[in-house]
Design a protein around this ligand. Sequence first.
Ligand SMILES: Cc1ncc(COP(=O)(O)O)c(C=O)c1O
Length: 413
Amino acid sequence: MMPETNLTAFDHASWSSQQIVDADASSVMHTYARQPLQIVRGVGMYVYDTQGKDYLDFTSGIAVCGLGHCHPALVEAVTDQVQTLWHMSNIYLTTPQANLAARLTEVSGFDRVFFCNSGAEANEAAIKLVRRYSKKKYGAQKGEILTFANCFHGRTIATVTATAQPKYQEGFGPLPGGFRYVEDFTIDAVLAALTAKTCAIMIEPIQGEGGVRPVPPDFLQALRAFCDAHHLLLIFDEVQTGVGRSGAWLAWQRIGVKPDVITMAKSLAGGLPIGAMMATEEVASAFTPGTHGSTFGGNPVAARAALAVLDTVMAPGFLEQVRRRGQQLYGLLCDLAMKYDVISDVRGMGLMWGLECKGIDAVSVMNACREHGLLVLTASGNTVRLLPPLIATSADIEKAVSLLDEAIKEVSA
Ligand SMILES: Cc1ncc(COP(=O)(O)O)c(C=O)c1O
């Protein structure tokens, strides 16, 4: 028997803004420092709040809505798929997943893919794969993975341990073993962390949450050679940099250093949850039936959305345009840095940029931007972070920088 309740109909559509704020405050766990904004709609580069006020979105839902909001190609693909097939277990084949796997391996330069639902899960899969491969090939002692100061690899217990930042780990012990941290981007620092148990090195080619810090390409080159010399696997976490963000489909293709394993998520399905871990045939062979799995991974709706994203991003001229807009944004941000000495550095690549602030708080700049109708993010190291949708036009970039200019002027006055 169902218990009696006096809730007859749950009419959530007619809730007032205050009811939403109250329900969030009383019922959702307090893991997020919420911005005082309820977004109800998004179109292209803009989102709209409950009052109908528009905001130029330079966050893309933290590098997720790479094609902006409600892109017609995504709406069409997802609408068709939800009327066809939503879900089947991975013990059966589905067309969108197979199509996506074929396209993804082709454009990413890897032989095989494992599908999951998020960045942390993609990294978990990579951690499991490199350990299993290395134990089989080099012995049971192999299992340690090196990661770098300021990195971010996710919030699960293994990926938060991989994340070499105490603030993300505090209070969650005992943490699993098997990770050692490299102090800086030098081979000497890598050597200092290396042990006989090391099996892999995991790195973001551009650190995102850690402050938008591109790793020097010559260090990545040296790291590749180091891994080869020491029989280590190289994993690139491209959860944030992948799917066109760097100005190439994957940042490794722009930098010219190819890892053995790669992880992606965020904008792969443009706003639906998906993650992908890719590897060479040889490394992928360490996974056999039953060794890893996911209920939702590569779900038909998410896979169909990802196919639409992939087709759009890989269409002729798209990535060239991202690189061009990235150069434009970099130039304008450098002008801002010349104008305001509270900006101490401009870092990034493609359409992923950070403005390091000194003497003013990056959070205050973010809040002032919001008041002016521009959404931006922050990152570690007192950094304002810009992650516009990849569809940004020249006019969008100019408008965003002019709003940012006003915000910095106000905050630094
Ligand atoms: C580089 C990187 N790796 C992993 C993650 C974790 O992704 P998710 O939040 O989808 O688990 C993030 C999220 O910000 C990220 O930026």
